[in-house]
Design a binder for this molecule. Structure first.
Ligand SMILES: *Cc1c(COP(=O)(O)O)cnc(C)c1O
Length: 386
């Protein structure tokens, strides 16, 4: 072994010792509550497919039609020749749907944040970031070279003080709308009011709100009725929308500026047009999806109404993300393994994804889960906590 690989194998052994080694499983069926995993049927509470669209056969058929019309790949970045009719139509549709002047498509949400934040702020500017923001916002902040101020989770007074004290040229507040590992919702109206008062921008990451919150699932900004030229929203299309990709929406000027400056937009191949083509239909399903959203709300109410842990803590979340905090890494992974033995797949989430000492099961619910399926999960969890 080279010195190099010996170093890595020591560090991997250290991860094992702290129960921090991550492993993948192979799924051999479409995304749905019932999966075939490593050849075995499993009931899953893992995906962000909140409306049950990712494995929808009708959407797969629309994607096939898109493939017939546009082929497999887009061939280039959007500014070269990869921007096709379905991309243009989807951007227009996303802007209309979310109520912004304009939207810009990215290949993933991670890339959208990594592109948009450094386009909006740079050296001499300042970013104000919630402590529990998604990794992509943290990485984006670092990449921007703006000064990074982290405020306590939803800590409005600390944020107000930091904004007031800042002498930065341009200021940008960044926040998840629905926090990805906690499921709680950011105080967006108050954050926007602070942005207005301090002439800052507000970038809202709506990965877990788009398709779910607001009338017809128009997203968190619509949910709170937010409207401001200082507001930019990033929404993802691989979660409730069931496909892949993301968008950034805002005023004409802000979005045009991001198009000109976001390096992850300029230097990355456009998402396949067949996906944009299928997402147009997914947006119709989201818009007409009140029944799906009601089914999801019923499953959330069922879980919270019937599972009352004593030693563990079900965090106070009203969204599809229902975190069950267990605490220790080893105990969390042990509970996840015991559930798995019983045919239930719930991911254990450890540091650094969540703060040390707050390892948890991240239960995610979907409109596609049945009452019986959620009942099976509650029964297993109740048995294991004893
Ligand atoms: C999933 C997620 C992203 C990244 O989106 P992808 O399209 O999966 O790259 C960004 N922000 C938050 C809050 C997320 O949960």
């Amino acid at each position: 072994m080279t010195d190099f690989s010996a170093e890595f194998s020591n560090e991997l052994a250290a991860l094992d010792a702290q129960a921090l080694r991550r492993r993948r499983r192979v799924v051999d069926s479409p995304c749905a509550p019932e999966l075939v995993v490593d050849g075995r049927p499993m009931l899953a509470f893992c995906s962000n497919d909140y409306l049950g669209l990712a494995g929808d056969p009708a959407l797969a058929a629309v994607a096939q039609e898109g493939a017939r019309r546009y082929g497999l790949g887009s061939g280039a970045s959007p500014l070269v020749c990869g921007h096709m009719t379905p991309h243009a139509a989807l951007e227009k549709r996303l802007a209309d749907f979310t109520g912004f002047e304009r939207a810009l498509l990215f290949s993933t949400g991670y890339l959208a944040n990594l592109g948009a934040v450094p386009a909006l702020v740079g050296r001499g500017d300042a970013i104000f970031s919630d402590r529990l923001n998604h990794a992509s916002l943290i990485d984006a902040a670092r990449l921007s070279r703006a000064e990074l101020n982290v405020y306590p989770h939803c800590g409005l007074s600390a944020l107000a003080a930091a904004l007031a004290a800042s002498r930065a040229k341009r200021k940008l507040i960044v926040t998840d709308a629905v926090f990805s590992m906690d499921g709680d919702v950011a105080p967006l109206p108050e954050l926007l009011a602070l942005a207005e008062r301090h002439k800052a921008w507000l970038l809202v990451d709506d990965a877990h709100g788009f398709g779910l919150l607001g009338p017809q699932g128009r997203g968190s900004a619509a949910h709170f009725g937010l409207e401001s030229p200082r507001l930019v929203v990033m929404g993802t299309l691989g979660k409730a929308a069931g496909g892949a990709g993301a968008f950034v929406a805002g005023t004409d000027e802000a979005v045009e500026w991001i198009l000109q400056k976001a390096r992850t937009y300029i230097f990355s191949t456009a998402e396949p047009a067949l996906i944009a083509h299928a997402l147009l239909t997914a947006l119709d399903l989201i818009e007409q999806g009140d029944e799906r959203r009601a089914a999801l709300a019923a499953r959330i109410a069922q879980l919270r109404g019937s599972f009352k842990p004593k030693r563990w803590t079900l965090l106070p979340s009203e969204t599809a993300i229902q975190p069950l905090v267990i605490g220790g890494n080893a105990e969390t992974m042990d509970v996840a393994a015991k559930l798995y033995e019983r045919g239930l797949w719930v991911p254990g989430i450890r540091p650094p994804t969540v703060p040390a000492g707050s390892a948890r099961l991240r239960i995610t619910l979907s409109a596609a889960h049945t009452e019986e399926q959620v009942g099976r999960l509650v029964k297993a969890l109740t048995g294991l906590e004893r």
